[in-house]
Design a protein around this ligand. Structure first.
Ligand code: AGP
Length: 620
């Protein structure tokens, strides 16, 4: 997710905007830029790939006196469409350079809009979806019903955009006005004395004002030095929600949470929705970059998933779906083991490399080994332009936004969703699923953000449980089928965050040894399948729970809401919404993330920066 700040007031806009961008650096980004309106009708833009310091250095080279106005905007980009290079950095302008736009989100229909503009003779200067908005606003302002009306021009363009967006627009003809709009992406107004702000995040302006207004869905706002007006996309007055920011700057960066990880747990519905968005068009699954033909996908006779840590667990989850949907054998391998075991690979092998950072050395070396063996590689990655996607034949980006917490949460759920899209793309190419079946599976995935949101609304019970069992010596996690990788992920979260011994098991393995670990009061988390899914799995897991309860375990059961069969065996029952069998990891993982974070907090540990760990392990 990108950082955006706009300002109209009495101070030098460049200082205010750069200050706002600095306070949003925590969000993670790969390029930055500014646009400033001076009073004489000039719109000056500078942008640079890399850190803010690169942009500031560039401004010094050019001469900051060229950026002297009291209205302007800035942007820190987390690349979605187009590599993180100068020409893809925001702000983007139209050909006349009279209109500048910064954007956060994904314009789903940008390809059609781009084709329309190019057919009109517009030459695109970047690979981004954002640039189309700049050209469209310029065209709406110079012709037709909205000619000469800045606000109406922006509104008309917003009505044509599909997807999620926060847009902030400036026009050289209106040096004392900024127009901003939002759909399914954050936008707040800062209300000052003789100055007003728009931003993706209150952190950008709370040093200047704590009076804010949160815009609603499909609303736009016009800010000037004197005030602001909120309208809908048809130009009619609309109501927005004023509020006073009572967070300090540090809390504001974390959306009011104590830790980034807690904020990122809450962002999971949005991360899922953004990852799925735009990958099903005209009845077909589409990947971001597919340099593998459908014929090559049809020729695939074996799939490997290679990854580390949570990404590896997302591969274990995906194995069940990909094998079920495509009837292809899927091996899920720890990247650090993959190349040393001399796996059997050839040009009909598809290797799926899953990585949030796209820089993990073990996974990168596995990708290189696979390519040396002529296998085709598809990357599932959360970081646009990272090394692993750059060295792959095809890419599917997760759009979880920057994940600051070292322990993976929203990226993990997004990886599961993306891996499922890969499975559906394979099934579609191979014909093992009819188009209507692919559409149905995609529709079930699209319902998951709401299901995860429902889980998030009930996690106070889990936080309370975490505080009560924070002094445990160890906690075991059990699951069957797709619940088994969830058990592994729950154990990993607890190890990473609370430095507590934790282990995930396939529940069927209990009697082959681990049941010897069960002792009086030992907490055991059990991830239950739906009673309406694979009934045999459900009944076997109930038997497993009764076996461990008989030996003194404290059973903590994650089960589908209304599952009365399991209630008598649960010392603690955590209910999650009923979802299709293969999608259960998306709801059952969330309580385990919250449990681990709460135990870590109770133990007084830094949830965002666990000891000994780095966010991206770039050494083998
Ligand atoms: C998960 O919580 C950990 N942060 C770690 O296991 C992580 O998933 C692993 O290092 C892989 O990182 P990547 O997704 O960036 O490749």
């Amino acid at each position: 997710m990108c950082g955006i700040v706009g300002y109209v007031g009495h101070r030098p806009a460049l200082d205010v905007v750069l200050g706002g961008l600095r306070r949003m650096e925590y969000r993670g980004y790969d390029s930055a830029g500014v646009a400033v309106l001076d009073g004489a009708g000039a719109l000056t833009v500078e942008r640079k790939a890399g850190r803010l310091a690169n942009l500031e250095g560039r401004l010094d080279e050019v001469g900051r006196e060229h950026f002297g106005g009291t209205a302007g905007m800035g942007h820190t980009r987390w690349a979605t469409h187009g590599a993180p290079i100068d020409r893809n950095s925001h702000p983007h302008r139209d050909a006349s350079e009279r209109v500048a736009v910064v954007h956060n989100g994904i314009i789903e229909n940008f390809a059609a809009l781009r084709a329309e503009l190019e057919a009109d003779g517009v030459e695109m200067a970047s690979d981004t979806d954002t640039e189309t908005a700049a050209h469209l606003v310029a065209r709406a302002y110079t012709e037709g019903d909205t000619k000469g009306d800045f606000t109406a021009s922006v509104a008309a363009v917003c009505r044509r955009l599909e997807g999620a967006f926060t847009l902030v627009v400036t026009h050289a003809d209106h040096p004392d006005t900024i127009v901003a709009a939002r759909r399914s992406s954050p936008l707040v107004v800062g209300v000052g004395e003789g100055e007003h702000f728009v931003a993706s995040d209150v952190a950008a302006f709370i040093e200047h004002t704590r009076e804010a207004v949160e815009l609603g869905q499909d609303q736009l706002v016009v800010i000037t030095r004197e005030g602001y007006d909120v309208l809908d996309f048809h130009g009619d007055a609309a109501q927005a929600k004023p509020f006073t920011v009572d967070w300090d700057l540090s809390a504001a960066e974390k959306g009011g949470h104590e830790y980034f990880m807690l904020k990122e747990i809450e962002e999971q519905p949005e991360a899922l929705a953004n990852t799925l968005r735009g990958h099903f068009e005209s009845g077909r699954i589409i990947l971001d970059e597919q340099r593998i033909s459908d014929q090559d996908l049809r020729d695939v006779d074996k799939v490997f998933v290679v990854a580390c840590g949570s990404a590896y667990h997302s591969g274990l989850v995906a194995k069940y779906a990909i094998e079920h949907w495509t009837r292809l054998p899927v091996e899920v391998e720890l990247a650090s083991e993959f190349r040393y075991r001399d796996p059997v690979l050839d040009r009909d092998t598809l290797v799926v490399a899953v990585s949030q950072s796209g820089e993990t050395a073990d996974t990168l070396e596995a990708v290189r080994h696979a390519r040396e063996q002529k296998a085709r590689v598809l990357a599932v990655c959360n970081t646009n332009g990272a090394q692993i996607p750059r060295e792959s034949d095809a890419v599917l980006y997760t759009h979880a936004g920057p994940e600051i917490g070292v322990a993976s949460t929203k990226a993990f759920l997004a990886q599961i969703a993306a891996n499922y899209l890969v499975g559906l793309a394979l099934a579609q190419a191979r014909g093992t699923k009819y188009p209507d079946e692919v559409a149905r599976e995609y529709a079930e995935l699209e319902a998951m953000p709401a299901a995860v949101q429902k889980v998030l609304s009930t996690v106070e019970q889990v936080r309370d449980l975490g505080r009560r069992i924070a002094d445990s010596k160890a906690i075991l996690f059990l699951g069957r089928h797709v619940g088994f990788p969830v058990a592994l992920e729950g154990a990993l979260k607890l190890k990473e965050l609370a430095y507590m011994h934790a282990e995930g098991f396939a529940a069927g393995e209990l009697k082959h040894g681990p049941i010897a670990l069960i002792e009086d009061g030992l907490p055991v988390v059990v991830v239950m399948p739906s009673p309406k899914g694979r009934a045999v799995l459900h009944s076997k897991l109930v038997s497993n729970i009764s076996e461990i309860q008989a030996r003194g375990a404290r059973t903590i059961v994650i089960a589908e809401e209304g599952d009365e069969t399991v209630r008598p065996f649960a010392d603690e029952l955590i209910e999650v919404p009923a979802v299709p069998t293969l999608l259960q990891p998306l709801v059952s993982t969330v309580p385990l993330q919250v449990l681990a974070a709460e135990i870590a907090r109770a133990r007084g540990y830094d949830v965002d920066k666990p000891r000994n760990l780095a966010k991206s392990v770039t050494v083998e």
